[in-house]
Design a protein around this ligand. Structure first.
Ligand code: ACM
Ligand code: ZN
Length: 709
């Protein structure tokens, strides 16, 4: 094996006068994903001829060895994918004049499965768009395209055997997902109906995509959803549901015609897609109709299946057997673990990593796609200046920080984790430009997660390269997110009695400016270039500028060093364990929540909230407040009423007032409401009670701090 020297990953970041294009440069070519082993030399070489050699046994699969020196350019690889990836790297190294920095690179992927998923059911995306996506994936050495072809939003796969699918189950009269789905009009119209919205891929188009992807060393993995997420199918073939009507999401498992249909469809799928893996969905089946359907119940009895989970598992095993018989293997979402995992199945872990961990321990292959941070339909910056997203918060840095190998698994378990994938569900992504916006540059962070050895990852180094690549992508006409996230973190120091706030940006060419009095930051406001220290109360507003131009609206962050910090909270009603936000100290730790209830700082209650703070001794009080959040889509509502009570002994309480919410439960926007109580009383105990806006089970109250002055 050749010897490679490692240079320190030194980055020079300068406002530059000699590079007019991006005003940012690195002291070596900004390759993404960063190569596994690299030694950069000083010389620039004019690229004339490239000597390519294959079948080099010492180079790992998909890997390559690229040497650029005065003798010329030699690219060796183990296989054709490796040669291809070597050329991608060379393209990133070369400048416009065809000159390349001398180097010696031995490069190979950390994971064999490096995927992107695209949901084309909720919103149809053209083959042109998919080709552009594949082009970009290839540049960044991503090698699996998971094509989510069928779902409740429309059937997109042309079947010759079942032509009604693309005649009756792909076009709808409403493109907007919420209006179409929530208003109970989840129906389809005949293809060609004037004013209808939809689309599907002909078999020829899909073959073309498969070939286009293969030229770029990308495998297309088709997904046909079953047994749930299939509402659209029943507009063409209602006889495949338990009740024989539309309105269900699930196939009837007890009906042999279901399997005749699925096997015929899968035959057509396999004829088009040579991928070893076929994705059979498996997520979020309703399973309700199965409980009362005579055919399903009869099957369960005959097959000695205990419950509907086992019935689902039976159906997956049957499909797996069929596909195995044709030399294929199945991938399913992690619900296929319920009721028993099919013997050869690969699990795609999306509800966190638990499903993936369980499957790896069972010695099944796993692909990690945890919603946090790999769902790219989640926000990448504050919703106040971003297009509507499904929720969540998966900014670039969190994607970059992801490691598909959970620390609590053994090395042997890790062998079963093939890699990871980001998923783009398109309920709230109505068009291709928007899809592009949500994908890039987060997908380049993913590419480094999956290609570069974990120990060589370096966020600060990556961020410079990501800024350069994002600028290039935008210049090439790709609608990439222009890196305008602002991230706020705070540290509470009870010894110095202060809160220190650190505000970070992604965009290295922009300036963060701030105010602390709640006013709107302008381009003359102070630069946020160091830590902000708060001794009492501050209403911080931060905003990103490029020169005089504001790139974002302001982000708000209130901070108070108050009397309750570090004091004991007694929970008269328990918070919800899934949103503990640090547990019993969450409401007196000085840490304030951000715009997302998923930041681990908002404490959730599914029962009326009732918390008493013990200040340790009786003291004079002036004002008591708490901020609440409403995110209707996540069943989070501002409380109907909030009451504050005071006590000297912790037993006898006197109310200082009750406040009602002013926010409508029908309000879909993310809302915040601070309920504030003034007093001149003295007390040792401060109690806050908040009641749900309605009694419907499962609604949440979220608050981040009880502030006592
Ligand atoms: C999924 O997000 N339902 C796999
Ligand atoms: Zn049934």
């Amino acid at each position: 094996m050749m010897k490679i020297q490692h240079l320190p990953a030194l980055i020079v970041l300068t406002a530059c006068c000699c590079s007019p294009k991006y005003e940012l440069y690195t002291d070596y070519p900004p390759v993404i994903p960063a190569p596994a082993e690299v030694c950069w030399k000083k010389e620039e070489i004019k690229v004339t001829e490239i000597v390519r050699k294959l079948s080099h046994d010492e180079i790992p699969e998909e890997g390559y060895h690229l040497q650029i020196d005065r003798q010329g350019i030699v690219l060796e690889a183990h296989d054709s994918a490796g040669l291809f990836y070597g050329e991608q790297t060379l393209r990133q190294i070369m400048d416009e004049k065809g000159r390349a920095r001398a180097c010696d690179i031995l490069d190979y992927p950390a994971f064999p499965y490096r995927g992107l998923h695209l949901d084309v059911s909720r919103h149809f995306m053209s083959t042109d768009y998919i080709k552009t996506l594949l082009d970009l994936m290839a540049e960044y050495k991503l090698n699996r395209f998971h094509w989510h072809l069928t779902d409740g939003g429309g059937w997109r796969f042309e079947s010759k055997k079942y032509p009604l699918l693309t005649r009756k189950a792909q076009a709808r009269m409403e493109s907007d997902w919420t209006r179409w789905w929530d208003n109970g009009q989840r129906n389809f119209v005949e293809t060609g109906t004037p004013g209808s919205y939809g689309g599907f891929y002909t078999q020829e188009e899909m073959r073309e995509i498969v070939a286009y992807a293969a030229e770029r060393h990308i495998t297309v993995i088709p997904e046909i959803e079953m047994p749930g997420h299939s509402n659209e199918v029943f507009f063409a073939y209602p006889e495949l549901t338990c009740k024989g009507t539309t309105g269900s999401s699930d196939y009837c498992i007890g009906n042999p015609k279901t399997f005749e249909f699925l096997f015929n469809i899968l035959d057509e799928v396999m004829d088009i897609f040579p991928s070893r893996y076929i994705h059979i969905g498996g997520d979020e089946a309703g399973k309700n109709d199965w409980k009362t359907c005579p055919a399903c119940q009869y099957l369960m009895k005959n097959e000695k299946l205990e419950d509907v989970d086992e019935l689902q598992s039976w159906s997956i095993r049957k499909v797996e057997q069929y596909l195995n018989g044709k030399g294929r293997r199945i991938i399913g979402w992690d619900e296929i673990l319920q009721g028993g995992l099919a013997p050869d199945a690969t699990v795609m872990s999306w509800r966190g990593e638990d499903g993936g961990k369980t499957a790896a321990k069972m010695r099944h292959h796993v692909i990690m796609t945890p919603g946090n941070p790999l769902y790219f339909d989640h926000y990448q910056a504050a919703p106040s200046f971003e297009p509507l997203a499904i929720g969540g918060y998966n900014p670039l840095e969190r994607v970059y920080a992801y490691n598909p190998l959970p620390a609590d698994l053994t090395e042997e378990d890790h062998q079963y984790i093939l890699g990871a994938q980001a998923n783009l569900w398109t309920e709230y992504i109505p068009d291709e430009k928007h899809a592009e916006y949500m994908t890039w540059p987060r997908a380049i962070a993913l590419s480094e997660v999956l290609w570069t050895p974990a120990e060589k990852k370096d966020w600060n180094d990556f961020l410079v390269r990501a800024n350069l690549h994002t600028a290039q992508l935008i210049q090439r006409g790709i609608n990439a997110f222009p890196l305008r996230n602002i991230d706020i973190q705070s540290e509470v120091d009870t010894i110095r009695q202060e809160i220190r706030i650190r505000i970070k940006k992604e965009n290295l060419l922009a300036q963060l400016r701030y105010t602390t009095d709640g006013s709107q930051p302008e381009y003359r406001s102070p630069l946020c270039d160091s830590i902000i220290t708060i001794k009492d109360s501050a209403q911080i507003r931060v905003r990103l500028f490029k020169g005089k131009e504001a790139l974002t609206d302001a982000i708000s962050y209130d901070s108070d060093y108050h009397k309750g910090i570090g004091k004991k909270a007694l929970y008269n009603s328990q918070y919800y364990s899934g949103y503990a936000a640090g547990g019993n100290t969450a409401l007196t730790d000085g840490k304030r929540g951000s715009w997302t209830y998923l930041d681990g700082l908002w404490q959730g209650f599914t029962r009326p909230m009732d918390v008493t703070i013990d200040l340790g001794e009786k003291q004079e009080l002036h004002r008591i407040s708490a901020k609440f959040m409403q995110v209707k889509g996540a069943w989070v509502y501002t409380p109907g009423t909030v009451e504050v009570l005071l006590s000297d002994d912790g037993e006898h309480f006197r109310s200082i007032g009750v406040k009602k919410t002013a926010i409508s439960m029908d309000d879909f926007e993310i809302r915040f409401e601070t309920q504030k109580f003034n007093t001149t009383d003295s007390a040792r105990y401060v109690r806050m009670k908040a009641t749900q806006s309605e009694t419907k089970e499962g609604t949440f109250i979220f608050t981040d701090e009880i502030i006592i002055f």
